[in-house]
Design a protein around this ligand. Structure first.
Ligand SMILES: [Zn+2]
Ligand SMILES: [Zn+2]
Length: 303
């Protein structure tokens, strides 16, 4: 699984930072979190294939987070997409997409499935699910967590041999998760010859937001938290008024949630040099990265 920070500015783009969007690439599928203006171009620069787009999650209906969506939907039509595209977001996302289709008169053969989300489980698939929680912003905003299901434990050859099972088709069946029957009538279940189940990965996206308990809960133990880091600690009052976080506040959320890594994004254009912001956050949470456009973060499978 790979996370790519496509756009890392907040409110307005700069020459070095595009408007917010993060892509998660997982097993050949792409999940997009927000789609600020310029996201299509950033996808091209990132070399992520737009045709692999599977689901789009919109945090809230502030323009910097979704103005790029109509263009993306139109381009997908040009790529002769047939399978549906799923879009999730707060109430109003449906009107926004439908109005764009109506007034921009774009036709697409593929189906656009739009779901207005509430807190809790947003979608469930065989290998993962996505959960949403309400964030603390000046507009209704959702944070999202992509959570992989547990994987079966490792197949333990010695344990299988101890049951008298020889290498061959029976090994294969157990490895595929099937029960087998031995000649003496005993039934062996895959878990009898496997180690402990292995946890899946978890990536959380929380912007725009003030620091809040909902983010801490959603992010518990996450491999990666992508969090609003719009301001330095000197601008705490401004952050509060505008519904954002300082980098220090975001670092405290990461610390409390015991995440493995924190990426700060949605940086204000007033900080051409982000090093002081990084130092500020690292004092609280050392495993912090300040996002830059097109940064790639690999998230390995837990052993
Ligand atoms: Zn924003
Ligand atoms: Zn906003």
């Amino acid at each position: 699984m790979k996370v790519v920070t496509l756009g890392t500015s907040g409110a307005i783009p700069t020459l070095r930072r595009n408007l917010p969007s993060v892509a998660i690439q997982r097993k050949g599928q792409i999940f997009l979190l927000d789609c600020g203006e310029g996201t299509q171009m950033q996808l091209m620069r990132s070399k992520l294939s737009i045709s692999k787009m599977e689901k789009v999650f919109i945090s809230h209906l502030h323009g910097d987070h979704l103005v790029g969506l109509p263009g993306l939907l139109m381009s997908l039509g040009h790529f002769s997409r047939q399978r549906p595209l799923f879009i999730y977001g707060p109430v109003g996302i449906k009107d926004y997409v439908l109005a764009n289709r109506k007034y921009l008169k774009f036709y697409c053969e593929y189906e656009i499935v739009i779901e207005e989300v509430t807190e809790g489980i947003v979608c469930e698939e065989e290998e993962y699910w996505v959960e949403a929680t309400t964030l603390d912003h000046n507009h209704r905003t959702f944070g999202y967590a992509l959570i992989e299901r547990q994987r079966p434990g490792k197949f333990l050859v010695d344990k299988a041999r101890a049951f008298g099972i020889e290498e061959g088709p029976l090994f294969g069946k157990l490895q595929r998760g099937e029960d087998i029957k031995l000649d003496d009538g005993r039934i062996i279940h895959p878990e009898d010859v496997s180690g402990n189940p292995r946890r899946g990965r978890k990536v959380v996206y929380a912007l725009d937001t003030r620091p809040c308990q909902n983010t801490v809960e959603l992010s518990q133990g996450a491999d990666l938290l992508v969090h609003d880091g719009m301001f330095s600690g000197n601008e705490e009052e401004e952050a509060r008024l505008r519904g954002h976080s300082t980098v220090a506040q975001a670092a405290r959320v990461a610390l409390e949630a015991k995440v493995k890594k924190l990426i700060l994004t949605h940086l204000s254009s007033r900080y051409p040099d982000d090093k002081p912001l990084l130092e500020e956050a690292k004092e609280i949470f050392p495993e912090t990265i300040i996002a830059r456009d097109l940064m790639e973060i690999e998230i390995p499978l837990p052993r």
